[in-house]
Ligand binder design. Sequence first.
Ligand code: PLP
Ligand code: ZN
Length: 415
Amino acid sequence: MKNRFFKGYRCTTCGHYFDKSEADFTCPICGEKGILDVVYDYEAMKEVVNLDYFKNNHDYSMWRYAPLMSIETDNIDKMLKIGWTPLVHSQNLKKYLGIKDLYIKDDGLNPSGSSKDRASGVGVLKALEAGADTIATSSTGNAASSLACQAAHAGLKAVIFVPERAPIGKVTQICLYGAKLVKVQGDYKATFAFSKEAIKKYKWYNRNCAINPHLVEGKKTVSLEIAEQLNFKPTDWVVVSVGDGCTVAGVYKGFHDLKELGLINEVPRILAVQSTGCEPFVIADRLHQELKEADENTIADSIAVGIPRNPIKAINAVRDSHGVWISVSDEKILQAQALLGKSEGIFGEPAGVASLAGLIKAIDEGIISKDETVTFIVTGNGLKDPLNAQKAITMPSVMKPDLEILDRYLKGEWK
Ligand SMILES: *Cc1c(COP(=O)(O)O)cnc(C)c1O
Ligand SMILES: [Zn+2]
């Protein structure tokens, strides 16, 4: 199946346009540094992708947006149901924060428990399109477990590189989905470098999100969904956490596409959240300087990315949406995790709830005002990392089955 709306690529570094037959992964002129952005023919797309298209489309997964993605495949029926995750209309947390309206996009409810499934799904389709039999990636954990999941279902082999500190839940997923796990000594930077060498040597299909331009096209479906779930009237702000920068780039691209199609009026402002333990984007933004390597010192492992791999797309996304960069401490992330759990019944992993911690700080600092509306994205499920979540709660001691002790416990006199 050809996608006649998918035209080609524009290099985010030199600005050159390439027809889709002239490029594949990175810019033929700039090489590795030239990350490509997929270009569509919106005028032609408009004729097909309109309100009626959505009304008559009963595929409630991200695949309903296939014409808006750079996929040219007949293999969608080989894929799991990814996306169309709930957009929760908050009441309790909204009241607590005192803002006009609040929605929570619970992307932890994807098949492998994170928004990475949106990108991995497209990665697997592109690998099938390319006739590959093995797909590989390096990841802080979620892209890895997600790729293992999606590859298993589609019958592809997967080789996955993770840093040694990847949480046990994610590493367990990778092995359980039958992928070849390479647990690399050192941090994510070391892991990424090693995977690059190996991918080159063995010629595996490369799912690394920054390098592969198609994956952001998968990630953008999160904002296509947010917009559609809100009848194409998205909130004033969308809040998301940032590691490599692909997710925030996707969030922007989705809204940008809908604006080009005339389906929404404005791209929401993006609040991009990092952890103070690893905040290369925030520092570069504050000091108006180039991105510099940062330490990877945070419990929010999925956004512990010292050398972001998709900096230009991420910086452009926040700038073009009139957005704001912000960072939050691990302590605030843990508080947000517990708050979200008890106020809305949603359990996000630390990187997944960093968005909420950022929202709280942005309200405190007057960046987001009380008469504005907000959607924040929970990018990953808390069950992936129960050890860190236990820092956000108090676990009671083991109780003898004795009603008197229970009575004291219920009164708060026994812990
Ligand atoms: C990957 C990830 C992010 C950040 O995405 P990037 O594309 O690396 O910026 C945020 N939260 C979770 C749970 C993730 O897995
Ligand atoms: Zn270029």
